[in-house]
Design a protein around this ligand. Structure first.
Ligand code: S3P
Length: 431
C-alpha cells in the first residue's frame, strides 16, 4: 500500500493544467469505437479507469493506439455501431462505475455474449439502475442479486427505444441508455429529476447525432451510422477542484489553472465556494468541441459555512470530499442534504469523510443523506485512510496542507484511477 505524507503549506503558487477530463475521455473512447473510421482524441486522460475502457474495446477488436509518443493523442479506428466482435474473456473495468455502466448500455445491443466485471469496490455498487431500464428496452442481462451486482452477463439483443423517467439524477444511467438508444429501433426519450452532466449529449451533437432537448426531456433518434472525428479533451474540473480548494484555504496562495472544463453541469463547487467567500476568477472563456473551457485564477480567502441545497448536489457530486475540507476550515456551519448518492460511490463517501476528517480534529455529524460540518477549529495532522477511494485520498492530502504537524494518507495508489501525477503536481506548487 502506498502513502503520502503532507505538511502545512506556506502558500500554493504557480500555473498548472489539470489532467484530461475522465468523463469526456471515457465517452471519446466509447463513441470513437462505435464510429465509422478514425477518431483522434487529444489531451485524453491516461488514468487507470480510462485505460480499462481502452482495454475492453481492444478485446472487442478495436485498434486504439497512442499516436507518435507515449502521452500523445489517441487514435481509434472505429468499425461502426455493430462492428465490435465478441470478447473471448471477461471485460474488467477496474474501479470505474462509468466504464461498467456505459459499457453495459453498449453491449446490451450487440449481437454477442459478454461478461463485465470490476474490482471489489465496483462489484459492490448498484447496477440495477441501468439493468432495469435496459431490460425494458429488451436487453438480457444477468448478475448477482437479480442483476444488481457485477459480474454482469450480457446476451446482446435487438433493442427498442423507450420513454423512461430516471429515478435518480445520474449521468452514468442517462449515458448508458443513450448509448443503448443508438443501437435501438425507434426513439429513446429520457427525463431526469435534476440535470446531471451532459457530456454525452454534447459529444453526440459534435458527431452529428441528433438529440433534442426540451427542458428536462431528452429525445434521441438513432442514426444508422456516424463518422469519427477529432476530439479535444479539456482539463478535468473534478481534478482541478482539489487545487482550487487548496489555493483558497492555504494562506498566501495564488494559483492559475489553465484550460479547465467549466461545463455548468459540473461546476457546482465554483458557485458554492463563491457563496462561502472564495475568490475564483474565470478568464478566457471559450468553447472546445461543444464544451465550455476557461482558465481559473484562485487566491486565498477566509471562508464561511453555508447550507447546501439538494438542487446543488448533481453538479457538485464528485466534489463533496474536497468541499467538506473547505467547510472544515470555514467559520460556522455547513450542512449538506439530499446527497445520499455519496453512499454508493467508490466508497460510502459520507462515512469516509466523517471518520477521516474527525481524525484531523474536525467537528462533523453524519446524516442519512449528508452531513453537518462545524468549521473553524484548528486541524492537526494524523494518519488517515483512503478507503480505496481516489477522491477521499486527494481531499485528505489537501486537508494536510492546513493541519499542524504531519498528515499521512494511506492507500494513495488509488489516486491513479483519475489523477496520475497528483502528488508531483501538488509538490510543484505547494511550497
Ligand atoms: C460520471 C457520472 C457521475 C460521477 C462519476 C462520473 C460520468 O456518476 O459521480 O464520477 O462520467 O457519467 P453518477 O452518474 O452515478 O452520478
Amino acid at each position: 500500500m502506498k502513502s503520502v505524507a503532507v505538511r502545512k503549506s506556506r502558500g500554493i503558487r504557480g500555473t498548472i493544467s489539470a489532467p484530461g477530463d475522465k468523463s469526456i475521455t471515457h465517452r471519446a473512447i466509447i463513441l470513437g469505437s462505435l464510429a465509422r473510421g478514425t477518431t483522434v482524441v487529444n489531451g485524453y486522460l491516461p488514468s487507470e479507469d480510462c485505460l480499462h475502457t481502452v482495454s475492453a474495446f481492444r478485446s472487442m477488436g478495436i485498434s486504439i493506439e497512442e499516436v507518435q509518443t507515449a502521452g500523445g493523442p489517441l487514435r481509434i479506428d472505429g468499425k461502426g455501431l455493430h462492428g465490435l466482435s465478441e470478447p473471448s474473456a471477461v471485460l474488467d473495468l477496474g474501479n470505474s462505475g462509468t466504464g461498467l455502466r456505459l459499457l453495459t448500455g453498449v453491449l446490451a445491443g450487440q449481437d454477442f455474449f459478454s461478461v463485465l466485471t470490476g474490482d471489489e469496490s465496483l462489484r459492490r455498487r448498484p447496477m440495477r439502475r441501468v439493468v432495469d431500464p435496459l431490460r425494458r428496452m429488451g436487453a438480457e442481462i444477468n448478475g448477482r442479486e437479480g442483476g444488481n451486482l457485477a459480474p454482469l452477463g450480457v446476451r446482446g439483443r435487438r433493442l427498442k427505444g423507450i420513454a423512461y423517467a430516471l429515478p435518480v439524477a445520474s449521468a452514468q444511467v442517462k449515458s448508458a441508455l443513450l448509448l443503448a438508444g443508438l443501437l435501438a429501433e425507434g426513439r429513446t426519450v429520457l427525463t431526469e429529476p435534476l440535470p446531471s452532466r451532459d457530456h454525452t449529449e454534447r459529444m453526440f451533437r459534435g458527431l452529428g447525432i441528433s438529440v433534442e432537448i426540451k427542458g428536462a426531456e431528452l429525445s434521441l433518434e438513432p442514426p444508422s451510422e456516424f463518422a469519427g472525428c477529432e476530439i479535444d479533451v479539456p482539463g478535468d474540473f473534478s481534478s482541478a477542484a482539489f487545487f482550487i480548494v487548496a489555493a483558497t484555504i492555504v494562506k498566501d496562495s495564488e494559483l492559475v489553472i489553465r484550460h479547465v472544463g467549466v461545463n455548468p453541469t459540473r461546476t457546482g463547487l465554483l458557485n458554492l465556494l463563491s457563496e462561502m467567500g472564495a475568490e475564483i476568477r474565470i478568464e478566457n472563456r471559450r468553447e472546445v468541441n461543444q464544451e465550455p473551457v476557461a482558465d481559473l485564477v484562485v487566491r486565498s480567502r477566509p471562508l464561511k459555512g453555508i447550507p447546501i441545497r439538494p438542487e446543488s448536489v448533481p453538479k457538485t457530486i464528485d466534489e463533496f470530499p474536497i468541499l467538506c475540507v473547505a467547510a472544515a476550515v470555514a467559520e460556522g456551519e455547513t450542512v449538506v442534504r439530499g446527497a445520499e448518492e455519496l453512499r454508493v460511490k467508490e466508497t460510502d463517501r459520507i462515512q469516509a469523510i466523517v471518520r477521516e476528517l474527525s481524525k484531523l480534529g474536525v467537528d462533523l455529524k453524519e446524516l442519512p443523506d449528508g452531513l453537518v460540518i462545524r468549521g473553524g477549529r484548528k486541524l492537526s495532522g494524523a494518519r488517515c485512510l483512503s478507503y480505496g477511494d481516489h477522491r477521499i485520498a486527494m481531499a485528505l492530502a489537501i486537508a494536510g496542507l492546513v493541519a499542524e504537524g504531519e498528515t499521512v494518507v494511506e492507500g494513495t495508489e488509488w489516486i491513479e484511477t483519475s489523477f496520475p501525477g497528483f502528488e508531483r503536481l501538488l509538490r510543484s506548487v505547494g511550497q
